[in-house]
Design a protein around this ligand. Structure first.
Ligand code: ADP
Ligand code: MG
Length: 1012
């Protein structure tokens, strides 16, 4: 078996109880040691028996007391209640024995109990002389402190236990106490007795029920069964479902309807710790049938019993002594003959049967027995007898239970089962509206909560409560608003307890397999599971069958491969959380190896991020860094945000490793890549500067010229720097030289491609064209040369650039084929980023050619496609080009909205306007003119002209001047307009921007004809 699942220790949610017999030290002196030992022995066995009775584990004897754990090794969903019930019982038993000792020997004994709940690590500890099971953790220490704090004869518990036991037990608030070893004061409670609540639903009632949703079909079936019972056709219905799905609530709603109709209903409830209290549910039922309360005096109770029984049929007179006795009100005048427990059980069962099936009974009887899976044997036998004998009477027996139980009468003709399903997504949404409210901030929580809880209403309620308690939701029940995203919210301890108890009922191997599965993923192939768990085929098939049968996993797919998935994400979280960190680590590493082994190499790129994550969690840092780098490469330029995140991860992982050639290389590559993504998606300037410094330091140490050139390029010659184009171009030329010195054609091409952009922005179209030609020459036509270093596909970019030169220089016809070719190359290279830029420019070209519809359609589609890439640079560009197309279509309002959006997203991410700010600004000016906001248009255009001039952005300068001319014209300032246009014309002629010149002339003509 896998070493990962050898250590049997687990993390568990438990309740720890300490009990000691106080004052024992000075008492020891008064007694003969032998006597003393016998007395203590008796105390210990009293305490230990009680622990066992409530299915706890005696962890150890402490010298003058015991430590007990409830909820380990086998989890109990009611561990806190069990511990409290046990404590009450201990106090009572000890008081009784101590009372005797006081009377008979004058000795004073009392016990103190301390209780606390929380996580422990439970498992075998080898102390040299063989191993023993024990629980370890802060939770244990705090329980002991509670014991030390408790007054003699009292049990104290912490707020954590109180939270779980509240309602079921009566607690007295003692306030907060400073406790040694606890970082903050602990709220302490005294255990005062048994509480009112018997079930979760009682608790829910106290808190106020959530409004009832769905379940129409189930209620209809119950109505139908009732109708049959009324006809004298006795019927038994069983509602079957996992805990929390709403079995009890369904009956509650149904019972209310019945009561409204005036029907009599008698209810009983089996309890988790109830197997040790025989006949409890039957007792409850009979008490409610006879209408007896705890306050009734014995005589009154007997009268009620006799009255009702005899009213049905005088023959029951003979049974009365037995019933009195059974219900705890024996008649001193008519004692019951001695019987063994079995005989007694039979006699009672027989009575019950006759009572129900008595032909004299005319009224419909509705009996509800809840949670049959917990019923004790005696009650079960009685119930079986009752159902067998009820035929032909107006009786409706309603029971419910969990899927692991099957009632004896499952095959009987009078019985029908209703498998209660989880809530539908719509029902969940409705329940959430009731619990959380309808604040807009809550939009979108329905789906994740439904997925996380699998539509289990109890889990939904608890999660909402937990979210409110831990500050994810603010406000009040039914009127919350979301304060932060809910993804990282924990699993409520109440839900954990239920799920852990279910998991612990599995076979050993199935349970371990479930834990392995929880590490592998929420979905996994059987093969991956087998390899990770290192189990044999037969073993694993058996375990899988059990896990599927008991609803933990389901077959998500059987072809082409068998995939298993968790039915319930919370189960996965709990199964994951119960494992020791060391064990999880080994399983993660094994899962990664299984994945690498099983998956065909051509899927490795796609799975690299997942494999890396397993490796990281498995503590294999170097492998994790390598696989993350692979994943980052793969995400590359089609998912820049993912790539950025993955490179960051590589950097962190490499940073944890010893310095060597490989880790240095990873350290540089990861930083360089992040810097490359900075101008695409934005990054804090300080963070960028730090990345540069760190990368430079490593590159210097390594003498890595290649990386140093790229780093220098990033500091001095990348887009988004607010420098003058003269300076930019000078830097680019230096970079080209450095790259040539390094002598790597990839680097030369990468640097030239990126640097060429400076000429375009400076309006030096010929320089741009030359740089591109030189670069194309260096690639030798190979699209891979220099790709992915700065730009994804330099060759595609070069063709686009040449198209732009044609477009700007008036050769609109000649531009198109370049764009077409560029698109082909980018498609071949699978490069959506460059494709986005090309389409942006194509839209502009069509706008210039007057094909307004074509321009709009390409621009819109481009926005849609670019959105998927997820970066800012391309998206801003695509939206700005849409604005351009909208201008051409004279959709000025739309154009204004688009350009403002484009500018906003750029500035928000980059904190500056970048090299395109003058260009975006002139579009905004034109749009403002279009919508008639002329003053603003003039101001905007003046600004566009100003920045373009100041920073040598000569590509946008004449266009901005044209925009200003148009705005002035619209404002009736023709003369000034003419002056600006003349200037624009000079600039455009100087840069040979002939398309622009033509536009300026057209505007001048318009102005002249308006004046003339
Ligand atoms: N249909 C429903 N609509 C609203 N709340 C529900 C519904 N069903 C169950 N609940 C709530 O979910 C919680 C668990 O239900 P419960 O009936 O106690 O589950 P079960 O008996 O199956 O363990 C209760 O608080 C109950 O009020
Ligand atoms: Mg229930």
């Amino acid at each position: 078996m896998n070493e990962a699942i050898k250590d049997e220790a687990e993390r568990k949610q438990v309740t720890v109880l300490f009990a000691d017999v106080s004052g024992s030290m000075d008492l020891a002196e008064q007694e003969d040691p032998e006597e003393w030992r016998a007395i203590m022995q008796r105390f210990f066995s009293t305490l230990a028996d009680t622990v066992t009775r409530f299915e706890g584990t005696v962890d150890k004897f402490t010298g003058d007391g015991i430590m007990a754990v409830f909820g380990a090794p086998v989890a109990h969903e009611d561990h806190a209640q069990r511990a409290c019930y046990a404590a009450l019982q201990m106090l009572e038993d000890v008081a009784e024995y101590a009372g005797g000792l006081r009377r008979e020997r004058g000795l004073n004994f009392s016990t103190r109990i301390g209780i606390n709940s929380g996580e422990v690590v439970a498992g075998a500890i080898d102390g040299g002389g063989g191993s023993s099971y024990t629980a370890i953790g802060h939770t244990v220490g705090l329980a002991q402190r509670m014991e030390a704090l408790a007054e003699p004869g009292k049990a104290y518990l912490t707020e954590t236990t109180a939270e779980l036991a509240r309602g079921y037990l009566d607690l007295r608030d003692l306030g907060e106490f400073e406790i040694k070893g606890a970082s903050r004061p602990v709220h302490v409670f005294e255990l005062a007795g048994v509480g009112e609540a018997r079930s979760r639903l009682d608790l829910a009632r106290e808190r106020g029920f959530s409004s009832f949703v769905g379940r129409e079909a189930e209620l209809a079936r119950l109505d139908h069964a009732l109708a049959r019972a009324k006809e004298g056709e006795a019927t038994a219905v069983g509602v079957v479902a996992e805990p929390g799905i709403g079995k009890s609530r369904l009956y509650l709603e149904f019972a209310q309807r019945c009561r409204a109709e005036g029907l009599e209903i008698f209810e009983a409830q089996a309890q988790a710790h109830g197997k040790s209290i025989p006949f409890m549910p039957i007792l409850q039922m009979l008490r409610s049938f006879y209408g007896i309360t705890d306050q009734d005096a014995e005589q009154l109770a007997r009268e009620k019993i006799a009255g009702r029984s005899l009213l049905i049929d005088p023959v029951f007179a003979a049974d009365l002594p037995l019933i009195f006795d059974f219900l705890g009100v024996p008649d001193p005048e008519r004692p019951v003959p001695k019987m063994n427990p079995e005989g007694r059980g039979r006699a009672l069962g027989d009575f019950l049967c006759r009572l129900v099936s008595n032909p004299a009974r005319k009224k419909v009887l509705v009996l509800i027995v809840e949670d049959l899976h917990w019923i004790d044997e005696g009650s079960q036998m009685m119930l079986n007898g009752l159902v067998e004998g009820m035929e032909g009477t107006p009786t409706l027996v309603l029971v419910n239970y969990r899927p692991e139980y099957t009632p004896a009468w499952a095959e009987s003709g009078v019985y029908e089962a209703i498998e209660l399903q989880p809530l539908t997504p719509a029902d969940t949404a409705q329940l959430l509206r009731d619990l959380a409210g309808e604040d807009p901030s809550l939009d979108g929580i329905d789906e994740p909560i439904h997925a996380r809880t699998g539509g289990n209403p109890f889990f939904i309620e608890e999660i909402v409560r937990e979210l409110a308690e831990s500050g994810f939701l603010l406000g009040e029940r039914g009127a919350y608003r979301l304060a932060r995203p809910i993804e990282d919210a924990g699993v409520p301890v109440t839900v954990q307890a239920v799920l852990a108890a279910r998991i612990d009922r599995l076979d050993h191997i199935s349970k371990q397999l479930l834990q392995v599965a929880s590490v592998v993923g929420k979905e996994m192939s059987v093969e991956a599971l087998r390899l990770t768990a290192r189990l044999g085929e037969v073993e694993i098939e058996e375990a899988i069958a059990q896990l599927i049968g008991s609803g933990f996993l389901y077959e998500a797919e059987i072809y082409p491969q068998r995939l298993l998935a968790f039915r319930h994400p919370l189960t996965r979280e709990v199964a994951y959380g119960t494992q020791l960190a060391s064990q999880r680590e080994a399983t993660h590493a094994a899962a990664a190896r299984a994945m690498i082994e099983l998956e065909p190499p051509d899927r490795h790129d796609e799975l690299a991020a997942l494999i890396a994550d397993h490796l990281k969690q498995g503590g294999e840092t170097l492998e994790a860094a390598r696989w993350s780098a692979r994943a980052a490469h793969w995400a590359g330029h089609s998912r820049p945000r993912d790539a950025m995140r993955l490179w960051h991860e590589v950097m962190e992982l490499a940073g944890q490793l010893e310095e060597n050639e490989e880790t240095d290389a990873l350290g540089i590559a990861s930083r360089l890549a992040q810097i490359q993504f900075a101008w695409r998606v934005g990054m804090d300037l300080d963070e960028q500067a730090q990345l540069l410094r760190e990368a430079e330091k490593i590159a210097d140490r390594r003498g890595d010229l290649h990386s140093l050139v790229l780093l220098k390029m990033s500091t001095s010659a990348r887009p988004g720097l607010q420098q003058h184009t003269d300076e930019w171009i000078q830097q680019v030329e230096e970079m080209n030289e450095l790259a040539d010195q390094a002598g790597d054609p990839h680097l030369q091409v990468a640097i030239r491609a990126a640097g060429a952009y400076a000429y375009l922005v400076a309006g030096d179209f010929d320089g741009y064209d030359r740089a591109l030609d030189e670069m194309i020459g260096l690639t030798g036509g190979d699209i891979r040369v220099g790709s992915g270093i700065i730009l994804n596909t330099p060759l595609a970019w070069a063709h686009m650039g040449k198209g732009m030169v044609r477009r700007e220089q008036g050769d609109l016809e000649g531009a198109e084929p370049y764009f077409e070719r560029a698109l082909e190359i980018s498609t071949e290279a699978d490069d959506p980023e460059t494709a986005s830029w090309i389409r942006s420019n194509q839209a502009g070209l069509l706008a210039m050619r007057g094909d307004v519809e074509g321009a709009l359609s390409i621009a819109r589609r481009n926005c849609e496609l670019t959105q998927r890439i997820g970066d800012v640079f391309s998206r801003s560009l695509a939206i700005a080009n849409l604005a351009w197309a909208e201008l051409a279509a004279e959709e000025f309002r739309e154009a204004l909205a688009s350009i403002e959006e484009a500018d906003k997203i750029y500035r928000e991410a980059m904190k500056v306007g970048g090299e395109m700010e003058g260009w975006r600004s002139q579009i905004r000016a034109k749009a403002l003119t279009g919508v008639g906001r002329v003053d603003e248009a003039i101001e905007e255009a003046e600004w566009a002209v100003k920045v373009s001039r100041e920073r040598g952005l000569n590509w946008s300068l004449p266009i901005a001047q044209l925009a200003l001319g148009q705005a002035l014209h619209a404002g009736g300032r023709e003369k000034e307009a003419l002056g600006v246009l003349d200037e624009a014309c000079c600039v455009a002629e100087r840069t040979n921007a002939l398309t622009c010149v033509a536009e300026i002339e057209a505007e001048r003509d318009a102005l002249a004809s308006a004046a003339g």
